[in-house]
Structures are given as structure tokens and as C-alpha cells.
Design a protein around this ligand. Structure first.
Ligand code: R5P
Length: 288
């Protein structure tokens, strides 16, 4: 087995190679003046199983293109099996036609990964599990939530509640909370009038309790900030925000902290200063 480091995931790829006790290849990557990508892998794979690690975070289109080039080149240089490890899968939120005529972008990306030569694929906490059904090759959606739960367990939280900011993220909150037998819930929105919406945890009170908001992605921070405002009004003590994928565009992290979140906790699917947890063991354990 050998790990190929994609340009978006160099450090994570090195951690995966270490966990798998195998070698790491760092391909040569350049950008031509016209914006095209150049990839060169100085290795003959000769029947090896190669794992290409590349998150498709910002710059999303370049990172996807370089993933396709790496998969195709690895196969062409003799790998007998190529695993695409795409810890953060870009375009996953465009998984249906919200308006007539829209591209179902994530489905296109799945087709292209397969066509580029991947024999199997793994990703982590993809936006919707159903996306995996777009692949004809074996495709696995792993989760970082147990690792997040273990990190939260070590924070010594007072009477903790693990909270999903919406019903869609409840599965994540439940999985993280299970690691330390914490209570979990989700924020429910109730329409009071045509202009007024009330938001509160569905079952639990957060008054005087420490709360960890858990989600798959924090992007603009809008969801976490809205949740934080509600939780503060309802008497929550310390508030933490944890996610698998710290997309954190622009000044999102600063805005979240300014809203009263004590700490942002993320994994290294996307390199960011909030990375407290590595998903390398999750990836390594899933590869056989
Ligand atoms: C939405 O369904 C996702 O799970 C996240 O809640 C969302 O992507 C977060 O986005 P933002 O940080 O921009 O509110």
C-alpha cells in the first residue's frame, strides 16, 4: 500500500501514511500561467494499492481537477487498485435540483471520480448519506463524530448537552454524545406569526448547562451564530462549536467567537487553525 498526497491534504495524507505504516508520495504540482494544473508522480506503482488523499475544499474546482489528474495518473502508472480518499467532499450541498434546470453538481463529481479511475472511494460526514448511491464503485461515508465526542468528553463540561442546530444534524449530535453518555437534542424552529419564528431545543433545557453545538460543516457560521444567540438567551453556560469540516469562509471564525462561542473545534479534513482532531485513524482503519 502507498499513500499519494493531494495538494489540499498534504499533512493529513502524511498522518494517514504513518497510521498505515506505509510510504508517502508527494507529487509535483504546478499551476501554468493560464491556470491549468500540472501533475507529475515520480513513481512506478507496479501493482500496488494506492490511496489518493485529496479534500475538495477551497479552491474547490482546482482541487477536484487535481484529484482527477492524480487518480488517472496513479492508475496509468500501474496501480492495481486506486482508493480515492476525499475527506471533505465539495459540491455535496448541491445534491438535488432545488430550482428547475439546476445542475446536480455532486452527482457530476461522483461520475468524474469514477471515470478518472477510482476503484473505491471513502469520504467523511458527507452532507447526505444518499449521495453515496451515485457511485457504482464501493463508496463509504465514514464519520468523525466519535472522535469529536471523545474530544468533548475531555473538556470537563458541566451537565453537558450536545446540540444539533437543526434536525438534519441530529444524527451527528447523537453519535458524538454517545461517546460520553451526554444528553443530546436539536434546535427546533416554530413559526409564531408570519414574521416571527421561535427557536428552542426540542426536549431539553440548556439553562446553566454547557452546550456543544455539533454539525457536519461550519461555512459562513450563520447557523452556529443563530444557535448561540438562542442558547445564550435561554441561559446556557459555556458554548462550544464542533464540526467535521471547517469550511469557515472569510471571517466566519472571528464572528462565531464574537457571538460568544468559547472554542471552535474541527478536524483536519480541511486544514485550519481550529483543527484539534485528526481523522487519519478513521481513514486508516477503513482501508484494507
Ligand atoms: C446544513 O445543512 C449544514 O449541515 C450546515 O448546517 C451548514 O452548511 C452550515 O452553514 P453555515 O455555517 O453557512 O450556516
Amino acid at each position: 500500500m502507498i499513500v499519494v498526497a493531494g495538494p489540499a491534504s498534504g499533512e493529513l495524507a502524511a498522518r494517514v501514511a504513518k497510521a498505515l505504516k506505509c510510504s508517502l508520495i508527494e507529487p509535483e504540482l504546478k499551476r501554468f500561467p493560464d491556470g491549468e494544473s500540472y501533475v507529475r508522480i515520480d513513481h512506478k506503482f507496479e501493482g500496488e494499492h494506492a490511496v489518493v488523499v485529496q479534500s475538495t475544499c477551497h479552491p474547490v474546482n482546482d482541487n477536484f481537477m487535481e484529484l482527477f489528474l492524480l487518480l488517472d495518473t496513479t492508475k496509468d502508472l500501474g496501480a492495481k487498485r486506486v482508493t480515492a480518499a476525499v475527506p471533505y467532499f465539495g459540491y455535496a450541498r448541491q445534491d438535488k435540483r432545488f430550482k428547475p434546470g439546476e445542475a446536480i453538481s455532486v452527482r457530476t463529481m461522483c461520475k468524474l471520480i469514477e471515470r478518472a479511475g477510482a476503484d473505491d472511494l471513502l469520504t467523511i460526514d458527507i452532507h447526505e448519506d444518499e449521495i453515496m448511491a451515485n457511485f457504482a464503485i464501493p463508496a463509504y461515508n465514514l464519520t468523525a463524530m466519535p472522535l469529536i465526542g471523545r474530544y468533548l468528553a475531555n473538556l470537563d463540561l458541566r451537565d453537558p448537552v450536545v446540540l444539533a442546530p437543526d434536525p438534519g444534524a441530529l444524527r451527528h449530535a447523537r453519535r458524538a454524545a454517545a461517546e460520553f453518555m451526554a444528553d443530546y437534542d436539536y434546535l427546533e424552529k416554530t413559526r409564531l406569526t408570519s414574521t416571527k419564528v421561535a427557536m428552542r431545543p426540542k426536549r431539553l433545557s440548556v439553562s446553566g448547562r454547557d452546550v456543544a453545538i455539533v454539525d457536519d460543516i461550519i461555512s459562513t457560521g450563520g447557523t452556529v451564530i443563530e444557535a448561540t444567540k438562542v442558547l445564550k438567551k435561554q441561559g446556557a453556560r459555556k458554548i462550544y462549536a464542533a464540526c467535521t469540516h471547517p469550511v469557515l469562509v472569510g471571517k466566519a471564525a472571528q464572528k462565531i467567537l464574537a457571538a460568544g462561542v468559547r472554542e471552535i473545534i474541527s478536524t483536519d479534513t480541511i486544514k485550519h487553525k481550529t483543527n484539534m482532531i485528526s481523522v487519519a485513524p478513521v481513514i486508516a482503519e477503513s482501508i484494507h
